[in-house]
Design a protein around this ligand. Structure first.
Ligand SMILES: [Zn+2]
Length: 149
């Protein structure tokens, strides 16, 4: 997990001013388990920072992604890009019904990293392993809806 210091240091390195708004964005990324979208970050922080713009959220996220401290996960059935500050190898599991994304720690992914490094000579910066499915809650809801129809 990229912690707050890693994220704010990265912003400084990229030449961005570390404003209270950007610190709040980093803080949210470092602590959130929700794999937020830019819009989720904006909605969450807007009440605290009335001058916050969606452009600031996007350029902060873009910078963090370019520096490899935040991963882009792509969409989760909702056509919105989700972000993840956990750059350690793990599996992301997205529910295409409620668009929730959870983390699944997997030893296999760690092994896969080692294997890919050995086979390619690459210095790996991160990985994106995203599975799609329907979460247990949504399965229950769907079964319930079926019974009612
Ligand atoms: Zn779901």
């Amino acid at each position: 997990m990229s912690d707050l210091t890693t994220l704010t240091t990265a912003l400084k390195q990229a030449g961005l001013r570390v404003t209270p708004q950007r610190v709040a964005i980093c803080e949210l990324l470092a602590t959130s388990l929700e794999h937020p979208t830019a819009a989720m970050i904006y909605d969450e922080l807007k009440p605290r920072f009335t001058s916050l713009s969606l452009a600031t959220v996007y350029n902060t996220l873009d910078t963090l992604v370019q520096l490899g401290v935040v991963n882009v996960l792509g969409h989760a059935g909702d056509d919105k890009v989700h972000y993840d500050a956990d750059t350690e190898p793990h599996v992301n599991l997205a529910c295409i019904s409620c668009s929730r994304i959870i983390d699944i720690p997997s030893e296999h992914v760690t092994h896969l990293d080692t294997e890919i490094t050995a086979a390619s000579g690459y210095k790996l910066l991160g990985a994106r392993v995203l599975y799609y499915g329907v979460c247990p809650d949504c399965q229950k809801k769907q079964a319930h809806a079926k019974r009612l129809s």
